[in-house]
Design a binder for this molecule. Sequence first.
Ligand SMILES: *[C@@H]1O[C@H](CO)[C@@H](O)[C@H](O)[C@H]1NC(C)=O
Ligand SMILES: *[C@@H]1O[C@H](CO)[C@@H](O)[C@H](O)[C@H]1NC(C)=O
Ligand SMILES: *[C@@H]1O[C@H](CO)[C@@H](O)[C@H](O)[C@H]1NC(C)=O
Length: 187
Amino acid sequence: MYQQFWSWLLYLVGLTMQVFWNCDYNDKVTAGSLNKTQYSGKWYFIMIAADSDSSLLKFGAMDSAVFLLTPMKAEGKLLLQGEFRLSKTTNCLFRQWTYYISNQTQEMILEGRPEQRTEIFVKGGDDYIMLLEVQEEGLETFKRLMLYGRSPTLTDGLRLDFEHRAHCMNLTSIFVLKQAQAPCEIS
Ligand SMILES: *[C@@H]1O[C@H](CO)[C@@H](O)[C@H](O)[C@H]1NC(C)=O
Ligand SMILES: *[C@@H]1O[C@H](CO)[C@@H](O)[C@H](O)[C@H]1NC(C)=O
Ligand SMILES: *[C@@H]1O[C@H](CO)[C@@H](O)[C@H](O)[C@H]1NC(C)=O
């Protein structure tokens, strides 16, 4: 009886692991097909995964970050504005970027950074978006996956899902924003 129970339990654990470690995520969105109305507006930066701890250094000082994504009049361009709260200060730091949607690669390219490409993944309908930033050439090379949510809350399930996804991309260094202070305002 005891033996039977254990083999049954091991079977269940194995089954769960198999499902858990399946890396077939089919939620990449081609940049040209991104619904700009659906995904525009305010996003909270929740967590990031990268290929090394050193790639995460510049994110470590960040307490929270909010972003505003706005389609621009010129087709194929998106404006991304961010307000960052650093852990050691109470000020907000403003930055903005322009993304170009490349018809050839179906990825997004940041203005002034042609070596960097950004892939888009969505999760949970309109509630989460993930950006994979890759730069394979130049002085700085990196690969990092960022999770943004309509709400700043990180649940255990969401964290596990994101970490597993990152693991599938060989991104094993993880940083979760503390969000200890109130986020900056953005509008
Ligand atoms: C894009 O998103 C908006 C808002 O969610 C929705 O009303 C619209 O139908 C969507 N367009 C397409 C082509 O799916
Ligand atoms: C990309 O395709 C869209 C729609 O077909 C077009 O309006 C736009 O001009 C194209 N952009 C470039 C850079 O070729
Ligand atoms: C992850 O790393 C392994 C071993 O270095 C490699 O075989 C695999 O192709 C990598 N996967 C990705 C998605 O980069």
